[in-house]
Design a protein around this ligand. Structure first.
Ligand code: UDX
Length: 457
C-alpha cells in the first residue's frame, strides 16, 4: 500500500455523507467530484441515485452506491422535456428516498451519517431530511450569478420582464445588470407555471438548508457571492473548480471517443476549434446545416461533438451534406462524445464553441480556452453574458445561427486582434483559478471550512 493511501486511511473521520445528484450529466459530474473532494478529506461516501442515468460505480470503488426507484416510464426518462423531468423526479422520488434514508440511518455497520448533500433542484429532499432530523446541505451545480437571476423571478414577473417578449430582447434588466431581457434564464415551455414552481421551490428549500456549496470561486463571482450572502443567510462555500482539486474519474453517461485525442495530436498548437453543446441542448436541422457550413467555411480545423439527439429528428450525421467530411480532407473530426477535460487541456485547441452550461464554462476557463458563446436555455444565457461582457473571455454568437455569422465569430476569436485580447484575459483568469486552489487560496480555505462545518454536525 502506498504511503499516501495509508495516510488517507489513517485520517478517516468516521463520519458518513449521503450525496444525492440530479440524474443529468451536468449535475452528476460535479456531485461525484464533490464526493471525491470530501472523501479525500476523510468522510465516507454513499451516493443515492435514481435508476435513470445511474452513475457507473466501478469508477468509484471507495463509494457506496444506493439505487432508488424513480418511477419514470421510458418516455418520461428523456431529457427532451427537461422541465417535466425535474418536476416528476421531485414527486416520484419522495417515498423511495424516504425508505432509503430510513434504511441507511438504521444501518449501524457504517460510519454515522453527518448530513445529506443534495442537488439544489432535488428540493423535495428538504422535507424528507427534516423528517429524520438530518441536516441538508445543497450543492448548486450552476453559477452564482444565474442563481441570483432565478431568485429574482418573482420581481422579474412583477416588473413584466418575464414572460420574455421578443420586442424587448435587447432591453437592459436594470435590476440585474448586465443582463438584458434575452439573457434571462428562461426556457421555451408550454407550461411556464411549472418552471416558476420548480424554481421557487429550489430557491426556498435552498434558503431552508444548512449550507450551500458552489462549483465556483470567490475571485470569479465576487459581486454575486456578496449579494448571495446578503440574501441567503446560510453558510456559503465556493470551493470550485471541483475537477481541479484532483485527477477526476470518469462520470460520463455516454462512451467517450478517444479518437478525439489522437486526432488533436496531429494538429498544430492553438489551431482547432472545439465544438460541443453539452448533454441536453438540441438544435433544428436547419441550424445543424448552418453549423456545418460555418465550420467548413472558416477553413480552420475543428473537433465537433454531435451527440445522438443533438439534432431534432436525426439519428446522427445523416443530415450532413453528402461527402461533407471527406471534402474537408481531415480538417474536421466528428465524435458522439469527447473526453472534454482532456480536449480542453490539449495544446491544439484554440477556442471552444459552447452552449455555456456551467461545467463547460468553468472547464474552459480552467484551461484558458477562449469561448464562442451560443447559449440555448436557462442558466446558459446568463453564463454567456458573463463570459462575453463581464469576464470578457469569449464572443457571443448573437445574430442568429447562420453560416456567415459563424464563420465571422470563429475568425474573430481565432485570427483577429480581439481574439488575441480575449485569449490574454482568459489565461489571466486561468491563473486565478490556479491560485484559489493553492494553500491559503480562497477555495482551498473554503474546503477546510466546509469540512470542519460538516464534521461538527
Ligand atoms: C446542463 C444544463 O444545460 C446547464 O444549463 C447547467 O448549467 C448544467 O446542466 P449540460 O448540457 O450537461 O448542462 O452542460 P455542462 O454543464 O457544460 O456539462 C456537460 C458536461 O459534459 C461537462 O462536464 C463536459 O466536460 C462533459 N462533456 C460534454 C464531455 O465530457 N464530453 C462531451 O463530448 C461533451
Amino acid at each position: 500500500m502506498g504511503n499516501q493511501r495509508e495516510a488517507q486511511l489513517q485520517e478517516r473521520l468516521g463520519r458518513q455523507l449521503i450525496l444525492f445528484p440530479l440524474p443529468l450529466q451536468g449535475h452528476i459530474s460535479p456531485m461525484l467530484q464533490l464526493a471525491t473532494i470530501l472523501y479525500s478529506k476523510g468522510f465516507s461516501i454513499t451516493i443515492v441515485h435514481t435508476k435513470f442515468n445511474s452513475p457507473n460505480p466501478t469508477n468509484y470503488p471507495h463509494f457506496n452506491f444506493y439505487p432508488i426507484s424513480d418511477g419514470l416510464s421510458e418516455s418520461q426518462s428523456s431529457p427532451s422535456d427537461v422541465l417535466s423531468l425535474l418536476s416528476l423526479l421531485n414527486q416520484n422520488c419522495i417515498a423511495p428516498f424516504q425508505e432509503a434514508l430510513a434504511q441507511l440511518l438504521a444501518d449501524k455497520s457504517g460510519d454515522p451519517i453527518a448530513c445529506l448533500i443534495s442537488d439544489a433542484i432535488l428540493y423535495f429532499t428538504s422535507a424528507v431530511a427534516k423528517n429524520f432530523n438530518l441536516p441538508r446541505i445543497v450543492l448548486r451545480t450552476g453559477g452564482v450569478s444565474s442563481f441570483l437571476a432565478f431568485a429574482a423571478f418573482p420581481l422579474l414577473l412583477e416588473k413584466g420582464y418575464i414572460p420574455t417578449q421578443d420586442g424587448r430582447a435587447e432591453e437592459l434588466v436594470v435590476e440585474l445588470p448586465p443582463l438584458r431581457v434575452k439573457d434571462l434564464p428562461v426556457i421555451k415551455t408550454s407550461n411556464p407555471e411549472m418552471l416558476y414552481e420548480v424554481l421557487e421551490r429550489m430557491i426556498q428549500e435552498t434558503k431552508n438548508s444548512s449550507g450551500l456549496i458552489w462549483n465556483s470561486f470567490e475571485e470569479l463571482e465576487e459581486a454575486a457571492l456578496a449579494k448571495l450572502r446578503q440574501d441567503f443567510p446560510i453558510p456559503i462555500f465556493p470551493i470550485g473548480p471541483f475537477h481541479k482539486h484532483f485527477t477526476v474519474s470518469s462520470s460520463n453517461l455516454i462512451a467517450v471517443d478517444t479518437s478525439s485525442i489522437s486526432w488533436l495530436n496531429e494538429q498544430s498548437p492553438n489551431s482547432v476549434i472545439y465544438v460541443s453543446f453539452g448533454s441536453i441542448a438540441a438544435i433544428e436541422e436547419k441550424e445543424f446545416i448552418e453549423v456545418a457550413w460555418g465550420l467548413a467555411n472558416s477553413k480552420l480545423p475543428f473537433l465537433w461533438v454531435v451527440r445522438p439527439g443533438l439534432v431534432h429528428g436525426a439519428e446522427w450525421l445523416e443530415l450532413l451534406p453528402k461527402g461533407f467530411l471527406e471534402k474537408l480532407d481531415g480538417r474536421g473530426h466528428i465524435v458522439k462524445w469527447a473526453p472534454q477535460l482532456e480536449v480542453l487541456a490539449h495544446p491544439a485547441v484554440g477556442a471552444f464553441w459552447t452552449h455555456n452550461g456551467w461545467n463547460s464554462t468553468i472547464e474552459s476557463i480552467c484551461e484558458g480556452v477562449p469561448m464562442i458563446c451560443m447559449p440555448c436555455f436557462t442558466d446558459q444565457q446568463v453564463n454567456a453574458r458573463y463570459v462575453s461582457h463581464v469576464w470578457k473571455v469569449g464572443v457571443h454568437l448573437e445574430n442568429g445561427l447562420d453560416r456567415v455569422n459563424i464563420e465571422q465569430a470563429i475568425k474573430k476569436i481565432m485570427l483577429e486582434k480581439e481574439g488575441e485580447e480575449i485569449r490574454k484575459r482568459v489565461l489571466h483568469l486561468k491563473e486565478k483559478t490556479n491560485l484559489c486552489l493553492e494553500v491559503g487560496g480562497s477555495s482551498y480555505n473554503s474546503v477546510k471550512t466546509v469540512v470542519n462545518y460538516i464534521a461538527s454536525f
